[in-house]
Write a protein that binds this ligand. Structure first.
Ligand code: GLY
Ligand code: MN
Ligand code: MN
Length: 546
């Protein structure tokens, strides 16, 4: 959010925003924030990729490690409307310059950042002491000091405040984080443009993977062609035949467009592994696609890839998004692999149902709607769809009755065995953004209604990360899914509500998730995700026809 504090681009740093002031005014008279230091791997001097602490970046737009910001507010004075903002960035160290890019100079930082003053961290204690003298009794708000989730603050910087405690001053780490989280929950136009950019790059990366798959189906990429013993394969020459190859293409496409970080570890799961929700580490993203004979009902397109083997018809689920200047994308596409780049009838039926769940929810999104209601609707559409497919029984099933009605199945909570996670979450600087503001301890739907039937089964909400009413300016993901995970299905193996013979036919689909990023607007929502998801387009690209 550099532009927030770049001179000439925005009038004031984020710390001045009306939105933040609204939340902070009650709680924040003076704040002191500090950014992450560069971390090193284990016991070595090898840097771990630096990513600025989100709250610090939100306030400052400053991407320099080991920096501090000191802001002073005083309600009812000029410091209320124009807080004093002092930024402390490390001095370039000659001994370090041969290893690393040095921090910007003070003069350059003063040019870049619209702050009252820029200095080096050793000047911070004196600045704090000066403020304490000018504002006796002021509260110093800092991020939680005892938490490993936030950078440690040097105790010496707190000494002037502690020394002033007998004049009523105190350090508190209770209010700042919750105020920041509330402010971060809604985004302004500049933040939306950064999320849009992250989504655009990520959308193209998803499409690139699909197009490489499609090119191979069409015979445009031939195993090993171009490479002999003399040279390795060049980008564009290798087939995607395993999860790692798909991941590599996705990440390369983002990096090519200057995205520095992925917003989270990509999840790249083929075949039944798509039922593992966060399949990314400890052996995730690491398997070959499934090989085997193509079934009788499959399309007659080309399937043979390297080694003369046939890819089994399967799905490839990619949940991946890059970050753009500390703002995230979070997009999932599920695509057909093998079978000539077409879904099997079972995978197609599940895919279309997940898409229907997503569309139904998107249609009702608008400010004032409680996210619980959208989540409940996604379960309702799933139950209805499963009844049509015959996986869930219905009152018209043989030997059935009203005990198998849509409401009864919803009330049973058994749809969570297929769809255990939430419909989506707030997205912003972090993928699961601002947890404390997204999921308050007291849920207003429950408080208002106190009726389990209107909420469906309590299990629907166990992993729902957003439990508030939508507000204009929020950015959320809409990501329904349907999975056939042996672990989750264990709980419904004896269920009388399920036709187990029908269920068996769908289990090899593994899992389907479709995830888009949407911006809540005054009228409803705007989809920030450009890569398409309709079956015709996905199959067209993955089969090489489009
Ligand atoms: N990428 C993680 C999630 O969708 O929540
Ligand atoms: Mn998500
Ligand atoms: Mn995701």
């Amino acid at each position: 959010m550099r532009a927030h504090c770049q001179k000439g681009k925005a009038a004031a740093p984020r710390i001045n925003s009306i939105e933040l002031r609204r939340y902070l005014a009650e709680e924040l008279k003076k704040s002191k924030r500090y950014s992450s230091p560069v971390d090193y791997r284990n016991d070595t001097d090898r840097e771990i990729a630096f990513r600025q602490e989100s709250n610090f970046y939100y306030l400052t737009g400053c991407n320099t490690p080991s920096s501090y910001v000191l802001a002073a507010y005083q309600p009812g004075t000029s410091l209320d409307t124009t807080p004093s903002v002092e930024l402390f960035i490390p001095e370039a160290n000659l001994a370090d310059m041969m290893w690393s890019v040095p921090p910007v100079s003070l003069a350059a930082a003063q040019e870049i950042h619209d702050v009252t003053r820029v200095d080096h961290p050793p000047a911070l204690p004196a600045a704090v002491a000066k403020l304490m003298k000018a504002l006796p009794g002021a509260l110093f708000h800092v991020l939680p000091r005892a938490s490993p989730l936030f950078p440690a603050i040097e105790e010496e910087y707190l000494q002037p405040i502690l020394a002033a405690e007998n004049q009523g001053g105190a350090v508190t780490d209770f209010y700042l984080l919750s105020a920041l989280h509330r402010a971060r929950l809604t985004k302004d136009a500049h933040e939306i443009s950064l999320i849009q950019k992250a989504c655009d790059i990520s959308s193209r990366a998803h499409e690139v993977v699909m197009r490489v798959l499609g090119a191979a189906v069409k015979g445009g990429i031939v195993a090993g062609a171009g490479a002999g013993v003399e040279r390795p394969l060049l980008p564009g020459e290798w087939l995607i035949e395993k999860e790692a190859e798909a991941e590599a293409i996705f990440v390369a496409s983002c990096r090519r467009e200057n995205a520095v970080h992925q917003a989270y570890l990509p999840i790249v799961a083929a075949s039944t592994r798509a039922s593992t929700l966060h399949y990314c580490c400890n052996g995730g993203n690491d398997k070959e696609f499934a090989w085997g004979p193509v079934g009788a009902h499959d399309h007659q397109n080309r399937n043979s890839l390297s080694s003369g083997r046939d890819l089994k018809p399967q799905v490839l689920l990619i949940d991946a998004g890059c970050e753009w200047t500390c703002y995230a994308a979070d997009i999932t596409r599920t695509m057909p692999v093998g079978n000539g780049g077409k879904f099997t009838p079972e995978a197609k039926a599940i895919y279309e149902l997940v898409l229907e769940m997503q569309k139904a929810c998107m249609e009702i999104l608008k400010p004032g709607l409680h996210w619980d209601a959208a989540h409940l609707l996604s379960h309702r559409v799933l139950v209805r769809g499963f009844q049509k497919l015959g996986i869930f029984k219905s009152p018209s099933s043989p030997n059935s009755g009203s005990w198998a009605s849509e409401e009864a199945i919803l009330a049973s909570g058994q749809s969570t065995a297929f769809y255990p996670h939430g419909l989506g979450h707030s997205l912003g600087m972090d993928v699961h953004d601002v947890p404390s503001a997204s999921k308050p301890a007291v849920n207003t739907t429950i408080a208002e209604n106190n009726k389990a039937v209107e909420l469906g089964h309590t299990s629907f909400y166990e992993f729902l990360r957003l439990r508030v009413k939508l507000e204009e300016g929020m950015v959320v993901t809409v990501e329904p899914g349907i999975y056939f995970s042996p672990h989750l299905l264990a709980s419904v193996r004896e269920s009388a509500l399920i036709d187990h013979e029908v269920l068996k036919r769908y289990e090899s689909v593994g899992g389907v998730r479709i995830e888009d990023v949407v911006h809540i607007t005054a009228e409803g929502m705007e989809n920030l995700t450009k890569v398409k998801s309709d079956v015709e387009w996905i199959e067209g690209v993955c089969s090489g026809a489009l």
